[in-house]
Design a protein around this ligand. Structure first.
Ligand code: NZQ
Ligand code: ZN
Length: 392
């Protein structure tokens, strides 16, 4: 087991009607003015936004609002939010929505608490000294941003989608009411389930030796998500299934399933982020579309971990032929993706990429030659091109 530091400072309020606690929780932050950030129409349509506003007003909390965050959130709206926060003396951000809203809120939090261009942090030019405190009311179980240290933003200038990780942006509290996810279209529910799975798979399929505790938690998490994703396909208002998936979403990306690992692989995420930047695809669907091609390209470099995954997560019976077991495990995962209408190729994802575009995606993925991605196998531009080609 590798040495590790486990830091999860986010207070979680989980369960039915949990959003009623919003006013009280914000009040405890002793802030003067709140910036209420939200996405498109879903939180308005469901009445959630109104309930949140009433909860803040009930505690006499002053707030200003900015909606319009889109999936794969844009830097331009982040800049607008920073302006508002600075002008209006905002000292707390409340994000109502999914990963995109929370990530936009985190970027605004960095921008409002530091001088200079916020993109510098995502471009790894410098580090922020602080971030405005953030609380969230989650409406989709997926990205895990409610407890993670990350934020992913797309810069429209060059369509660069970049993640930035720093503990300073971790949410002060996360309100998780599984009922708020009943209104999700099935496609978004399943994209979320893929993302949750992938956050644990990225850490589990690593180069390290076996870990009983962390591996056990990870395997239970993956089996739970697969089981409940199938239930939600037919029963979108099954509270228990929504609750299991929502809690899995937070645990999958708060660091718990990475404790003792070598940090995990993350190549699938990096390969998907470029697709999100260029084609604006839903993150979870993009991951499902490339994962199998990545797995088949790299499994020989960490075959024991892939065998363990196949047997303990996908239920492949033990045989002496490791390679056969691994390939059956990968195929079983792809069967699961298909069973919940998730794509397993770029074509099924709905995009046709030219050779030229594949070259550009791979170039961007290596930060224009400045890095390799992945740790099971360190991937350079040529490897990434092969994976995109195999995923076609
Ligand atoms: O904008 P609205 O109208 O709310 O619609 C959203 C959006 O269209 C809709 N939605 C959300 N809650 C709903 C709902 N529709 C009906 N009922 C509800 N209760 O769902 C759509 C997707 O929302 P989004 O926030 O984009 O989804 P998700 O949580 O999957 O976030 C995706 C973003 O997070 C990034 C991804 O790259 C992507 O940009 N990630 C962030 C991470 C992090 N910060 O730690 C890690 C992840 O790996 C990921 O990269
Ligand atoms: Zn993800």
């Amino acid at each position: 087991m590798h040495n590790f530091e486990y830091f999860t400072p986010t207070r979680v309020i989980f369960g039915k009607e949990a959003e009623k606690e919003t006013g009280r929780l914000v009040k405890e932050q002793n802030c003067k003015k709140v910036f209420l950030h939200y996405g498109g129409n879903s939180a308005k349509k469901s009445g959630l936004l109104d309930r949140v506003c009433r909860s803040l007003e009930g505690e006499g909390i002053e707030y200003t609002m900015l909606g319009g965050v889109i999936p794969n959130p844009h830097l331009s709206l982040v800049r607008e939010g920073i302006e508002v926060c600075k002008k209006e003396g905002v000292d707390f951000i409340l994000a109502v929505g999914g990963g995109s809203v929370i990530d936009s809120a985190k970027a605004i939090g960095y921008g409002a608490a530091n001088e200079g261009d916020v993109w510098d942090f995502y471009d790894e030019k410098r580090s922020p000294k602080a971030c405005l405190p953030i609380g969230t009311i989650l409406t989709i179980a997926a990205a895990g941003s409610e407890m993670s240290d990350s934020s992913v933003i797309t810069n429209e200038d060059g369509w660069l989608k970049r993640g930035y990780s720093n503990d300073k942006c971790r949410c002060k509290f996360a309100i998780l009411n599984p009922e708020l996810t009943y209104t999700l279209p099935d496609y978004q529910t399943q994209c979320g389930c893929v993302d949750i799975l992938m956050h644990t798979m990225e850490r589990y399929l690593n180069h390290g030796e076996n870990m009983e505790m962390t591996d056990g938690i990870s395997e239970a998490l993956m089996r739970t998500v697969i089981k409940n994703a199938r239930i939600l396909k037919n029963e979108p208002e099954n509270y228990e299934a929504r609750a299991e998936v929502m809690w899995a979403g937070s645990l999958s990306h708060n660091g718990l399933t990475g404790c003792g690992t070598d940090g995990g692989d993350w190549a699938s995420h990096q390969i998907e982020h470029e697709l999100g930047g260029m084609f604006d695809v839903a993150h979870g669907a993009g991951l499902a579309a490339v994962w199998g091609s990545w797995a088949r390209y790299v499994y020989k470099d960490s075959i024991e971990r892939f065998v363990k995954f196949a047997e303990n997560v996908m239920g492949i019976p033990h045989t002496e032929n490791q390679e056969e077991t691994v390939l059956a495990g990968i195929a079983a995962m792809e069967d699961f993706y298909r069973s919940v209408n998730m794509p397993t190729s770029l074509k099924e994802l709905g995009i046709e990429v030219t050779d030229e575009q594949i070259g550009e995606l791979a170039e961007k993925c290596t930060f224009f030659g400045r890095r390799t991605v992945g740790c099971v196998k360190a991937l350079g531009k040529e490897d990434i091109i092969k994976i995109y080609e195999a995923a076609r």
